[in-house]
Design a protein around this ligand. Structure first.
Ligand code: UDP
Length: 252
């Protein structure tokens, strides 16, 4: 369907924002399987280096898009031009906007208690015909309650904001039983949508400095962010080889 690239052995599709929306529309229409959409970040690629289960989940996902300039840069080093960054938070907002007209049922799952509900309130102010059929927080001991809600509401798109890799694992483990055609891991997007955490200013996003803004706002993220320089070094070390033999990375 879409061109497939491997970044350090992890799958990435060469898609732009509109392709992603069209593919999701197609998955809902077809309803023939459960489709995990991964919004891939550099930290996730690094996580996959030591976590084979997570790596397989990403590599078997229906669609993997680049959620960050780090991935676009890495692809370029390998000689590919990935069309566009597809950020989870932007994807969520666009799908919410379309949900009324398309009659898609959406469910928000994750973040601290009250956050998903607040995100829903804020989004409904902006998109009054949005079709958000339910929400549930992400700090549960037992997931039977959320499963019951998902059975009752039978959403078309489940937004999972549990952090990675928890969100991708949960969808893969449960989507078949619950029959949800699309699951999208959106990380901290509900925090942003609820207004709890603000997004970097537009000019910073354009310059690819969103990571810096997040670090400034949440200094406790520094440890996680150590994955970034490690990622860059690994890419630079492998780029020459990957460029000479374009298929080499595909077999990783
Ligand atoms: N979270 C959750 N359950 C957990 C751990 C985390 O619902 O057990 C939520 C957390 O509140 C936050 C989101 O998952 O809203 C992850 O945010 P993070 O910034 O780590 O994700 P990223 O955008 O970096 O993937």
């Amino acid at each position: 369907m879409f061109e497939e690239i491997r970044i350090l052995g992890v799958k990435l599709h060469n898609v732009n924002f509109n392709h992603t929306i069209e593919a999701i529309d197609g998955f809902i229409r077809k309803r023939d399987r459960q489709n995990l959409i991964v919004t891939l970040g550099t930290e996730m690629v690094m996580k996959a280096q030591s976590d084979e289960v997570f790596k397989n989940i990403v590599n078997n996902a229906s669609l993997v898009c680049a959620d960050g300039v780090g991935l676009l840069w890495a692809a370029k080093k390998y000689g590919y031009h990935v069309k566009e960054k597809v950020a989870g938070v932007e994807l969520l907002e666009r799908l919410v906007e379309l949900s009324g007209r398309k009659k898609w049922k959406l469910f928000f799952f994750g973040a601290a208690p009250g956050t998903a509900q607040e995100a829903k309130i804020q989004l409904l102010k902006k998109y009054p015909d949005a079709n958000i059929v339910g929400e549930y927080h992400g700090f549960f001991e037992d997931d039977s309650e959320v499963k019951t809600m998902l059975r009752q509401t039978s959403p078309d798109i489940l937004f999972l904001a549990l952090g990675s890799p928890k969100q991708e694992l949960w969808y893969i483990e449960n989507a078949g039983e619950l029959d949800i055609p699309v699951g999208i891991g959106v990380g901290g997007s509900l925090d942003v949508m609820s207004g709890k955490v603000d997004r970097a200013p537009g000019w910073m996003i354009k310059l690819g400095l969103e990571w810096f803004y997040r670090l400034y706002k949440e200094p406790s993220r520094w440890k996680r962010m150590m994955a970034l320089p490690k990622f860059a070094i690994k890419i630079l070390l492998t780029a020459k080889k990957a460029q000479k033999t374009p298929n080499a990375e595909k077999n990783n």
